[in-house]
Design a protein around this ligand. Structure first.
Ligand code: CP
Length: 322
């Protein structure tokens, strides 16, 4: 794995999940691997889990991690090529990426969708530009269209609790007062399908994800029907793709509550966090013993550590000339 931008950088998902299970048993076992290695974590947007779990994962491997709040403290960056930089952006990604890559061995970046221009967001302008101009491997800490570290943590969580090889997993839209990106839903759909799970996606009309993301998942507009026989309920809000970035509905009847969970196969409840209580999910469901939200968040350390360990081991193999 040279960089970790999306599921397309994962050649062997089973192996990645085995590496994760191994790390979970003994998180400090590979502390020697990251000696004299460093990672710079660039954030253009807020974070609790991604920032802290990345720092913990790096520390567990003996690496130095540095956090750069480009959104708040750094020079404002220009990502497009060929523009006259006569406005508020003081530095181009070409120079910034080259400089950061000369200081660190790995660079992570968080850059959310702006939700104004589908083509711009889905071209992954910022992630692609960093990857193009940065001389070291790049890690996606949530981009415009994907959150692969979250999806890996979600799979690690499901793998622990699943009772069948092919659990029935339901990704359900839930209401939210603000327009949110599709990144988490996109990655959850792609990763769970790659893992071979039986995926159902349920949402109101107008919230269809792209065809590539839907893949072979069953789309069910009746949420109650979708919940039947579910082993895992994964709630997430996202804004519309077809009416790009718009909030088309805040229908409270889509909130996950106990009555809906009673239609499932005693399903586990999942959400990536942060979550708005009694908007996305009722207190009773998120506080129930079947709620996995804290375990998912804990597994964010494991997922980042798995990615870093894979990259560090590969670098060692390269330097030994394998
Ligand atoms: N789930 C997630 O990525 O959380 P943060 O936005 O707090 O990093």
């Amino acid at each position: 794995m040279k960089s970790f931008l999306s599921i397309e950088d994962v050649s062997d998902l089973d192996q990645l999940l085995k590496t994760a299970a191994d790390l979970k048993k003994d998180p400090l076992k590979f502390r020697y691997l990251g000696k004299n290695r460093s990672v710079c974590l660039i954030f253009l947007n807020p974070s609790l889990r991604t920032r802290l779990s990345s720092e913990r994962a790096a520390a567990n491997l003996g690496m130095d991690a540095v956090f750069l709040d480009i959104g708040g403290q750094g020079w404002k960056l220009e990502f497009a090529d060929g523009v006259v930089m006569n406005a508020d952006k003081a530095e181009h990604i070409r120079e910034a990426a080259a400089v950061i890559g000369s200081y660190y061995d790995y660079v992570g970046i968080r850059a959310f969708a702006e939700l104004e221009d589908f083509e711009k967001d889905y071209s992954e302008e910022i992630l692609t530009a960093l990857h193009k101009y940065c001389p070291v491997p790049v890690i996606n800490l949530e981009s415009s269209t994907a959150h692969p570290l979250q999806a890996l943590a979600d799979l690690i969580t499901i793998e622990k609790h699943k009772k069948t090889a092919k659990p029935r997993v339901v990704l359900t839209w839930a209401p939210h007062p603000k327009a949110l990106p599709q990144a988490v839903a996109n990655s959850f759909s792609r990763w769970t399908q790659r893992a071979g799970y039986d995926l159902v996606i349920t949402h109101p009309k107008g919230y269809e994800l792209t065809g590539k993301v839907n893949g072979n998942a069953k789309i069910e507009y009746d949420q109650k029907k979708a919940f039947e026989n579910a082993d895992f309920i994964y709630a997430k809000n996202w804004s519309s793709v077809s009416s790009y970035g718009q909030v088309l509905s805040q229908d409270p009847s889509w909130m996950i509550d106990e009555a809906k969970m009673n239609h499932t196969n005693n399903a586990y409840f999942m959400h990536c966090l942060p979550v708005r209580r009694n908007m996305i999910v009722s207190d009773q469901v998120i506080d129930n013993k079947n709620s996995l939200v804290i375990e998912q968040a804990k597994n964010r350390v494991v997922s980042m550590q798995t990615v870093l360990r894979t990259m560090l081991e590969q670098k060692d193999e390269e330097s030994e000339g394998y």
